[in-house]
Design a protein around this ligand. Structure first.
Ligand code: NAP
Length: 292
């Protein structure tokens, strides 16, 4: 079995790393702050002091950190993976970052004989815990084939998309659909509420027809209950929409809906609501409609 390293033990990374341990992989972990590492050490993981030290002890290194600069620091920075990894090793980044950054990481590591895949995920903390994530992968196909048994310990729907960066492009597309669908659900349920009809029954009726979606199900329920505990924080979704808009500019594609929903997210974040779930968009609609 390949020796695996895991860097970034946050809401997503910790349960993903745990699933690798459960699948029997020897695991070396690093987290910037100490408590998350110690929790996994108690379950059988070996601790390392830096991304470089993780790479020195393993064949495959996985990261799940916050944003593009964080991946650059972990992979290419001082004490980074690039300083510890042997030629022939594999790096899999599962964070959501800019496709351009993923391509840069791939090219820089490739020059050292290290393979790299961008493999962002969808499915949230629940998918990470249950090992049912959807994983979208970019990079060289032989590297993807090598990664497959490892990714299968963390996800169910694992799709090879194409060359480096293609996984992150797919994730950007995913985040457009999620953002605009959350907006549509928030808008529709606000109209129902202001019209004086039973909002729960509206959602129930929509769930059986063409408007059915997982977001109408999960986020619709949160909106009905006014429960905006995350979930997926608005701040993180805003970070992803920045990647979406940047990719749109780089490719010359006007992303009208994305620009609009991002502005709504900005308004909520300006009100200090960035740590709420992205379904809190409904609270902005209610404010605009004069609903208390
Ligand atoms: P999180 O709970 O905030 O965890 C982020 C992790 O990255 C932490 O372990 C943090 O270390 C580490 N980190 C951040 N910057 C770092 C740096 N410069 N160097 C080293 N470590 C660093 O976030 P999350 O929800 O797990 O999300 C992780 C990634 O998955 C993000 O790209 C996110 O967009 C994506 N994602 C999240 C979800 C979701 O539902 N949460 C779903 C799909 C994809 P510390 O503990 O020291 O802060």
């Amino acid at each position: 079995m390949e020796r695996i390293g895991f860097i970034g033990l946050g809401i997503m990374g910790k349960p993903m790393a745990r699933n690798l341990l459960k699948a029997g992989y020897p695991l070396v972990v690093y987290n910037r702050s100490r408590p998350a590492m110690e929790a996994l050490a108690a379950e059988g993981a070996t601790l390392a002091e830096s991304p470089k030290a993780v790479a020195q002890q393993t064949d495959v290194v996985i990261s799940c950190v916050s944003d593009s600069p964080d991946v650059e620091a972990v992979a290419l920075g001082s004490n980074g993976i690039i300083e510890g990894a042997q030629p022939g090793s594999l790096y899999i980044d599962m964070s959501t970052i800019a496709p351009a950054t993923a391509r840069n990481v791939y090219t820089t590591l490739k020059a050292k004989g290290i393979d790299a895949l961008d493999a962002p995920v969808s499915g949230g903390d629940i998918g990470a815990i249950q090992g049912t994530l959807s994983i979208m992968v970019g990079g060289d196909e032989p590297a993807f084939q090598r990664s497959l048994p490892i990714l299968q310990a963390m996800g169910k729907n694992i799709v090879y998309i194409g060359e480096a960066g293609a996984g992150q492009v797919t994730k950007a597309c995913n985040q457009i659909v999620v953002a605009l669908t959350v907006q549509a659900v928030a808008e529709a349920l606000t109209l129902a509420k202001q019209s004086g009809v039973d909002v729960a029954r509206v959602r129930e009726a929509l769930m059986g027809g063409f408007a059915q979606s997982r977001i109408l199900d999960v986020h619709g329920k949160r909106i009905l209950e006014g429960d905006f505990q995350p979930g997926f924080k608005l701040n993180l979704h805003r970070k992803d929409m920045n990647i979406v808009l940047q990719t749109g500019r780089e490719t010359g594609v006007p992303l009208l809906g994305s620009a609009q929903v991002t502005t709504l997210m900005d308004a909520l974040i300006a009100q200090g609501k960035g740590d709420l779930d992205n379904s809190a968009l409904a609270s902005l609609y209610e404010l605009l409609a004069g609903i208390n």
